[in-house]
Ligand binder design. Structure first.
Ligand code: URP
Ligand code: ZN
Ligand code: ZN
Length: 459
């Protein structure tokens, strides 16, 4: 099967030019101007951008949390991702205490198998790290699970102590893996949560008020310091606070290989959302929490100047009905997380490129190329080049869309950006050469997505 994408403006992390892209089978085979080549299918991209498919390196599909399970499974979640111009996700498998890392990986492979409509990889969440598990980390890196998430928060559930974190970091120095850190001081937060509840402070906003920015900054600093002592790079996930960004910036300015992502929720929403009436603030209960509005400009600056290297979603949707509701009368029982897998690319384009905060190239870099490099997917993904997977998006920069739970494809009963108008919408989405979104229709197939054996970091 040959597909020719004609007359578009090809945009990568470094280039922007008018051209045609020929796709043969699953791969990009040729790029040129005015290609006079017969094809089975021709897509006219005149007036549109042709960009590498989005790569979302932080999703939680079908994930048990707080007595319930995230609302999107690998079927609905990856379809929603495709609608939003994302053609690859890296989700998190969880090793529970007493399990081997391979058991955990196998469990998540089963969740995705036959369901994913786009390609996927896994990070491994480690909650139990014996010497045997350390040896397993080496095997996992060889087998394509090349990154590990550790938690400095959620004591008694996911949290690891500094010595264990340090051992994991040291191990990546040997095996080439990457540690991804949830950086919040879980011990401090636990004390603050207990005190708030004892004082009868039970509303959703207390989730944010018991997770101070300094608790994120302290953990971010500590995580980077531990990585520095282990002499390995580190990647901070879902960075939300300006104070935490300062820690990353300071380290990078000293030449420390500290990387970090932020997410659209921290760029577009703020603490004010927790003050919405009734139980509405539960929609935004996530960790780390939303921060003061002034933080947004600082995060955008971090993205523009490469103190932050990726925009991911931390997509972890829970319906208000029956899921978020579990925390009515006790904010600490509200499942943590919010939806976003479908809205990331349009929000980042509209709020980033449209608002003049980042360049078009930087938009591609932050949403696709840089995460591909950090997580060992480049140049198979995140590039428009001969030999790369034909994960491509024809993106209409002038089309407008109103974000709403009534029209989105995520299986969740609210949209945190309800009613927000965005300019810049994916029009055609190819996953390894196959159209999955075209003419306003989903054309993908459950099970077409493949597990990605990732390589080591290339940045
Ligand atoms: O609130 C969040 N972020 N939920 C998902 C789990 C995590 O820590 O990423
Ligand atoms: Zn986390
Ligand atoms: Zn997460």
């Amino acid at each position: 099967m040959r597909t020719l994408i004609k007359n578009g403006t090809i945009v990568t992390a470094t280039d922007q030019y008018r051209g045609d892209v020929l796709v043969e089978g699953e791969k990009i085979s040729l790029i040129g101007t005015k290609l006079a080549i017969e094809a089975d299918k021709v897509i006219d991209a005149a007036g549109k951008y042709v960009i590498p498919g989005g790569i979302d390196v932080h999703t939680h599909l079908d994930m048990p949390f707080g007595g319930t399970t995230s609302a999107d499974d690998f079927r609905s979640g990856t379809e929603a991702a495709a609608w939003g111009g994302t053609t690859c996700v890296v989700d998190f498998a969880i090793q529970y205490r007493g399990q081997t890392l391979h058991e955990a990986w196998e469990n998540w492979m089963k969740k995705a198998d036959g369901k994913a409509v786009i390609d996927y990889g896994f990070h491994m969440i480690i909650t139990d790290l014996t010497e045997k598990h350390e040896a397993e980390m080496d095997a996992l890196v060889r087998e394509g699970v090349t990154s590990f998430k550790l938690f400095m928060a959620y004591p008694g559930v996911f949290m690891l102590d500094d010595a264990t974190i340090f051992r994991a970091l040291l191990r990546t120095g040997k095996n080439g893996g990457t540690i991804c850190m949830h950086a919040e001081n879980g011990g401090v937060i636990d004390v603050l949560v207990k005190r708030a509840l004892a004082e009868g402070k039970t509303a959703p906003k207390y989730h944010a008020l018991t997770r101070p920015a300094r608790a994120e900054a302290e953990a971010t600093h500590r995580a980077i310091a531990l990585a520095e002592m282990a002499d390995v790079p580190i990647y901070i996930v879902h960075l939300s606070a300006a104070e935490a960004l300062e820690m990353v910036t300071e380290a990078r300015d000293r030449g420390v290989p500290a990387f970090a992502e932020t997410c659209p929720q921290y760029l577009f929403l703020s603490y004010d959302n927790y003050e919405e009436s009734g139980f509405e603030g539960a929609k935004y209960v996530m960790s780390p929490p939303l921060r003061p509005k002034e933080t947004q400009a600082k995060l955008w600056r971090g993205l523009a100047y490469n103190d932050l290297q990726a925009i991911s979603t931390d997509h972890c949707p829970f319906c208000m009905k029956e899921q978020k509701e579990l925390g009515k009368g006790d904010f600490s029982k509200i499942p943590n997380g919010a939806p976003g897998i479908e809205t990331r690319m349009s929000l980042a384009y509209d709020g980033g490129v449209g608002a003049g905060r980042i360049s078009l190239n930087r938009f591609v870099e932050l949403t696709s190329t840089s995460p591909a490099k950090i997580f060992g997917l480049f140049p198979r993904k995140g590039a428009i080049a001969p030999g790369s997977d034909a994960d491509l998006v024809v993106f209409d920069p002038n089309k407008e869309q109103v974000l709403s739970a009534r029209t989105h494809h995520m299986k969740v009963d609210y949209n945190p950006y309800e009613g927000r108008k965005v300019k810049g919408v994916p029009e055609v989405v190819l996953s390894r050469g196959q159209a999955v979104i075209e003419n306003g229709k989903f054309l993908g197939r459950a099970g077409a997505g493949q597990f990605l054996k990732r390589a080591e970091r290339s940045i």
